[in-house]
Ligand binder design. Sequence first.
Ligand SMILES: Nc1ncnc2c1ncn2[C@@H]1O[C@H](COP(=O)(O)OP(=O)(O)OP(=O)(O)O)[C@@H](O)[C@H]1O
Ligand SMILES: [Mg+2]
Length: 482
Amino acid sequence: MKFIGRIGDGSTETYARVILLKDIEREIKAEELVLIKNGGEENPVNEIVGVLREGLGKNEFLSHNAYRPDVAYLKHGGQPSGAREVYSFRVMPIGVKGTNGFEPNKLIIAPRSPVYLFEDNDNPLELLARNIKEPEYLDAYLEGHEGWLVPVLKDYIPYHVGIFGSTGSGKSWLARYVLMEFYKKCGYDVLILDWSGTDYVPYFRENVVPITEIALDEESIFAYLQDLSYKFGDNATIRDAFDEFIEKWRERVNEAGGDYNKLYKTLKANIETMIESIQRSDWKENARRACRRVFRKIKPEDLIPLMGTITISEIIKKLREEHVLVIDMSGAMVESKLGFFLSLSAEIYRTMDTGQDVKIAMIIDEAPQYAPWDPKGIQAQTSEMIKNLAALGRKRKFNLTLISQGIKGEIGINAAVRRNLNTYFIGRIHPLDATGEGGASEWLSPYGIRPEQLLQLKPGRFYFAGIMNPSPVPLLLTFTPR
Ligand SMILES: Nc1ncnc2c1ncn2[C@@H]1O[C@H](COP(=O)(O)OP(=O)(O)OP(=O)(O)O)[C@@H](O)[C@H]1O
Ligand SMILES: [Mg+2]
């Protein structure tokens, strides 16, 4: 431990500023952890661990809006005296050091109390781990101290996780290097949905299933075709005809020998036969027109994503055998990706509904694709599904890890879904998230983290906040990719 300064005027039980010793400001950075011996080094009433934030340099004689002799001297090229300069940091208390880890501080932090910096060999995070029954650690550390691994409360894994940060902030890497390993260590099988097939697929060649090889369930096929054809041209006969055809979808795929052109022809012929059986001529004419519209919208190649034969239960089986599975969702249209997600989730939901613990962590990259702020069409269904999975998952050991560039608004995740995430990793944010209700700054500024700091974080740096973090104050962590 190194003595770095003393608490200044105006402290409360939650607020204190440390005035730094001479020249210490040159070596001390924000986000370092410190210990306050509250009341003096001899007989402290308690010892408070805190994190340094909101650095400030003061020299009242250099006020930029008043004309003073020092300012005049400066204007003419002189170097004013630094003798009256004061450097300080705010100390955000994490807790009082107790025999069983940390407790909240309820005593006023005394001005004049000495403040010490934790150095590499006195790991303060060990204190955080002390009141956890079975402490588990992320393979991530406090920025600047590689040996200080971050302890977590693993019981809160099923309370769901959000990873936020603008493009290139390191979200996918955090998920891959840190969270995935952590979930595995805690006995969860990890299912990753790789929206574009670029973030995870290249790293898991053995454990990848392409979405194009997966069979969709009837509802998803129906929803997909319905979306494509603008509700089947708004014609009840055509909708019924599709419904009937979809009932025997897998049979039809097999009959066509996996050839989508052949399947398309059969489908079209079937629908047309149905229309020709309509008695009333004006209805028939109506249906014919709608049919032409529908088949202008649905092209043979749109059926490619519907040609798969691997079933959802086979996927779950594979996940159980290999413990990690990546679904490569590239090469399919948005509707079919979401359709697949619905089938997969429905299966997991059913298992949970029967009262079984599933022990699955589902990592959803590009989460706004599934649950945007203003969901329409099939996205309304996927948003609802995620919400339901989240609610039931809490009781059935199911984790959702949603990754998104933004938190709120147009670039963010649907508010109803977001409310179910209780642990947050927030990296460099998008300026749209820097202000306003529900954004990153609203989450973090009560802890002395300013929006401009969030805008400048380097890749792979994340503030870790929420229920899984044993520290009540968000901590800045990073990790070394291996
Ligand atoms: N811990 C780290 N240390 C050093 N560099 C890192 C770290 N994490 C990520 N990076 C760098 O950041 C880059 C972007 O990471 P990543 O692909 O995870 O970003 P992303 O947030 O998922 O972006 P997008 O939203 O575009 O998918 C990586 O290619 C890597 O160079
Ligand atoms: Mg990514």
